[in-house]
Design a protein around this ligand. Structure first.
Ligand code: PGA
Length: 309
C-alpha cells in the first residue's frame, strides 16, 4: 500500500464516480475524458492496494475498502475546502486580527466607529490600547500594533500618516467663570488665570504649550492633571481653565463654558499611522477603507475627505 502517492485529484474523481455510479457520468461532470477517469481510478486502487469499486447491475458501487476511502476523501476534501474559504477571508481582510494603538483623545470617537466596524466585520478580532502620545509613541517604536492613531504623528522618516478626522482643541472654563459669555477674548485676557495642563507626554499638552509660547500670556499658575477626564472634571468643578479636544464635550454631561479665545479652536486632526516597512495587513487595509467610506456618515462634522487628508 502506498497511500502517500495518491493525489487529491484522484480522490475527487473517485468521489464523483461513487456519487454518479458511472465512469462516463463522472467524466462528463468533471469535464474529463472517460479514459482519464479510468486511469485515475486505477492509480488510486494501486495506491490503496485493494479494489475500490465493483460493478453491480450496471452501476459502480464502492467496495468495503472503497467506502472507507470515500469517507476519508470527504474528510480531506472538506477540510481543504474549509481551508480555502479561510484563506480567502484572510486575504480579503474580512477575518484576522487588528491591533490598534491610539491616543487618549481619540478614545472619545473611536469606540463608536469600531463598534460599527465590528458589526460589519464580525470575524475580525480587534484589540485596542489607548495611552497618551508618549505611551503610544513607545508602542510605535516597538511596532507593537498594526495601526496607530495620533494627532501628532511620530517625527521620523519611516512613517505613513494620513489625517482622517478633525480634532479641534477648545479652551474651556467653569460655566460661571467671569471670562465665560464674552463674544471674543484676546489671549492677553487670560493672564493670571490658573490653567490645568496635561502631563508630559500628552499631545494635547504639547499643542497647548506650543500655542502658549507664541502668546503674550502670563499664565503663571498651572496645575498638572494626568487625564482628559480629570481635566474636564476639574474645570467643571471650578478649578481653572484647560484646553481639551472638542470631542470630549460630546461625551460629558457636566456643563463647562467654551471660551472664545482668539486663535481657538486650535486646528488639529487625527492621523492613521503605520510604519513604512510594515505594510498594512489585509485586515488593516479593510479597516482603512472602512474609515474612509463610513466616517462621512458616522462623523459628518469632523470627517476629512481623502483630498483634505
Ligand atoms: P494625548 O492625546 O493628549 O492623551 O496625548 C493625544 C492627542 O490628541 O494629541
Amino acid at each position: 500500500m502506498a497511500l502517500k502517492h495518491l493525489t487529491l485529484r484522484q480522490l475527487e474523481v473517485f468521489q464523483e464516480v461513487v456519487r454518479q455510479g458511472s465512469v462516463s457520468a463522472a467524466a462528463r461532470h468533471l469535464h474529463l475524458t472517460q479514459p482519464t477517469v479510468s486511469i485515475q481510478l486505477r492509480k488510486l486502487a494501486e495506491s490503496a492496494g485493494a479494489p475500490l469499486l465493483e460493478s453491480r447491475d450496471g452501476r459502480f458501487q464502492a467496495t468495503e475498502a472503497g467506502q472507507a476511502l470515500y469517507l476519508a476523501a470527504g474528510d480531506m476534501l472538506g477540510r481543504l475546502q474549509a481551508l480555502g474559504d479561510e484563506l480567502q477571508h484572510l486575504q480579503a481582510g474580512t477575518r484576522g486580527q487588528l491591533s490598534l494603538g491610539l491616543v487618549t483623545t481619540a478614545n472619545y470617537v473611536l469606540p463608536k466607529i469600531l463598534g460599527a466596524f465590528a458589526r460589519a466585520y464580525p470575524d475580525v478580532e480587534l484589540s485596542l490600547t489607548a495611552g497618551n502620545r508618549g505611551q503610544i509613541l513607545e508602542r510605535f517604536r516597538r511596532q507593537a500594533d498594526d495601526l496607530y492613531i495620533f494627532s501628532h504623528p511620530p517625527e521620523v522618516a519611516e512613517v505613513v500618516a494620513t489625517p482622517f478626522l478633525r480634532n479641534p482643541l477648545v479652551m474651556i472654563a467653569p460655566p460661571d467663570h467671569p471670562l465665560a459669555g464674552q463674544s471674543v477674548l484676546e489671549p492677553a485676557a487670560l493672564t493670571g488665570q490658573r490653567l490645568l495642563v496635561r502631563e508630559p507626554g500628552s499631545g494635547t499638552g504639547m499643542a497647548l504649550r506650543a500655542w502658549l509660547e507664541q502668546q503674550p500670556v502670563g499664565l503663571t499658575q498651572t496645575l498638572q492633571v494626568a487625564s482628559n477626564e480629570g481635566i474636564y472634571s476639574s474645570v467643571a468643578g471650578g478649578l481653572g481653565l484647560a484646553v481639551v479636544s472638542e470631542h470630549i464635550l460630546r461625551s460629558r454631561k457636566e456643563p463647562v463654558a467654551v471660551l472664545p479665545v482668539r486663535g481657538f479652536p486650535l486646528a488639529g486632526s487625527w492621523y492613521l499611522v503605520h510604519h513604512k516597512r510594515r505594510p498594512l495587513s489585509p485586515v488593516g487595509q479593510v479597516f482603512y477603507r472602512y474609515l474612509r467610506e463610513q466616517l462621512p456618515v458616522l462623523e459628518p462634522d469632523y470627517a476629512l475627505s481623502p483630498q483634505e487628508g
